[in-house]
Design a protein around this ligand. Sequence first.
Ligand code: SF4
Length: 145
Amino acid sequence: MANVLVSACLLGLPTRYDGAAKPDRELLEQLRTEGHTPIPVCPEQLGGLPTPRPPAEIEHDDGPAVLAGRARVVTLEGRDITESYLRGADAALRIARLLSCRTAWLKEKSPACGVHRIKRGERTVPGRGVAAARLEAGGLEVFGR
Ligand code: SF4
């Protein structure tokens, strides 16, 4: 039995940029069967961004580069929202530590939560989101859905 960090949208909360959810019943059932307690986090909301909000992407690189100050997160209109992403990633890690979470299940393709893939324009490219990179650097094992 353990607390497991999960992207809030995968748990059915309407936290996505477009105000929708992305419930993953298979994941919920898996966590339930394993006796784990899902802890919902939305790093974009935790960073202070509203819902709904303009879609955003990581310019040129991916989450580890944002953490290192070598890349930015920008809205499709070009507004720099890197600080919000960094703040949200830090908050997600604080919650993970507060509740002793060792693993996280995160939503692929998101500039915050993507574990193996992020969106860039119309394309999906290999890469980590900002929060996924922060959680991994903080010692959590991160899995993508
Ligand atoms: S930041 Fe993560 S939890 Fe929040 S809506 Fe995007 S994918 Fe879901």
